[in-house]
Write a protein that binds this ligand. Structure first.
Ligand SMILES: Nc1nc2c(ncn2[C@@H]2O[C@H](COP(=O)(O)OP(=O)(O)OP(=O)(O)O)[C@@H](O)[C@H]2O)c(=O)[nH]1
Ligand SMILES: [Mg+2]
Length: 342
């Protein structure tokens, strides 16, 4: 299981440039709108200093980081929910993602068409938000109409929930901003509503353009530099004094998805990081390592990664009594090193 993050924004804002910097895949990047039509998919290793530290003491044959998927999606324009531009198809690709990176154009360059006609992050965000909201309205309406047509009493509660959310969305509220209880959340889960997904804004800036966003989760970067620097070796970057910020993007995505990492050492052969939703149990973690393991889970040995590093190896940790034996109810913590017993 891997989590995926969709790269979204108006045409010609630098989405593919960001994708290339993150994934090192060569994709088409051009100074005209709608260069990307079909989505590009790429897997990226999640940087984690803890994995390196564990590997230093375990000295495995192999070190495997956990991964996150990025999807470079076609540019969206006003009216996309009605099929303008590359419209609906594009919205379907966002639906399949767990979180969204919105690239906002803050660089000036008269040779690269600015679809908005000006640099205005707030306005750009409003266009994007409105399209996602309109699409969600449509999804909610269709879902409700379908249930109403069936005339089954069991649907009454769900219809009520859909109507409530529809009303709030029609007033311009993102689904992520609406207070929902567990029942409501679970009733709408199947629709994968677009405005419910967590968002990180990337302000793509160069030169002295003033570009700020208050009270939104955002990073200010120069994506063209990031893409160019990502092709250099670490030594070349040092000489230029060019820092890369891609790690902070990847980590921010990880955090906004409420993900945690746990580690396995496979008896010393492979030191590996895995991704888990915060609040998952030990058997669920086992199921990520191997689909069979969730059912066959009996117990597990667990140690916080710092403790393992301090002990120096697994055997020593056991002798010190630092390994905790846990059962099915144990909730995995970020940074746990786990050995499953099946
Ligand atoms: N000056 C400058 N140019 C940039 C920057 N980021 C991207 N560009 C250029 O802007 C143009 C569009 O970049 P793309 O990455 O193709 O943009 P996109 O958002 O994927 O565009 P579509 O796929 O058409 O929606 C290219 O010519 C890039 O080289 C930047 O930070 N500064
Ligand atoms: Mg593109």
């Amino acid at each position: 299981m891997s989590f995926s993050v969709g790269i979204v924004g108006l045409p010609n804002v630098g989405k593919s440039t960001l994708f290339k910097a993150l994934t090192k895949k060569s994709v088409e990047i051009a100074p005209y709108p709608f260069t990307t039509i079909h989505p590009n998919f790429g897997m990226v290793a999640v940087p984690d200093a803890r994995l390196e530290k564990i590997a230093e003491i375990i000295k495995p044959e192999k070190i495997t980081p956990t991964i996150i998927e990025f999807v470079d999606i076609a540019g969206l324009v006003k009216g996309a929910h009605k099929g303008e531009g590359l419209g609906n198809q594009f919205l379907a690709h966002i639906r399949n993602c767990d979180a969204v990176l919105e690239v906002i154009r803050c660089f000036e360059n008269e040779n690269i068409e600015n679809v908005l006609g000006e640099i205005n992050p707030q306005k750009e965000i409003e266009i994007l938000e409105l399209e996602l909201l309109m699409k969600d309205m449509e999804t909610l309406k269709n879902a409700r109409a379908k249930l109403e047509n069936k005339k089954e009493k069991t649907n009454l509660r769900k219809i009520e929930i859909l109507r409530k959310i529809e009303t709030e969305v029609s007033q311009g509220k993102s689904v992520s901003e609406i207070q929902l209880n567990e029942e409501e959340k679970s009733e709408i889960q199947e629709y994968q509503l677009l405005s419910q997904k967590p968002v990180l804004y990337i302000l793509n800036k160069n030169g002295k353009t003033k570009c700020e966003l208050s009270n939104k989760n955002n990073l200010v970067l120069n994506l063209k530099d990031e893409a160019e620097f990502s092709e250099l070796s670490e030594k070349e970057r040092e000489e230029l004094g060019a820092g890369l910020h891609l790690d902070s993007i990847i980590k921010s995505c990880y955090n906004m998805l409420n993900l945690i990492a746990f580690f396995t050492v496979a008896g010393g052969k492979e030191t590996r990081a895995w991704t888990l939703k915060l609040g998952s149990s030990a058997p669920q973690a086992a199921g990520i390592v191997h689909s069979d393991f969730e059912k066959r889970f009996i117990k597990a040995e667990v140690i916080p990664w710092q403790k393992l590093v301090e002990a120096g190896n697994w055997k020593e940790a056991r002798e010190k009594g630092w390994l905790q034996i846990v059962g099915k109810d144990y909730l995995v913590k970020d940074g746990d090193v786990i050995e499953f017993k099946i």
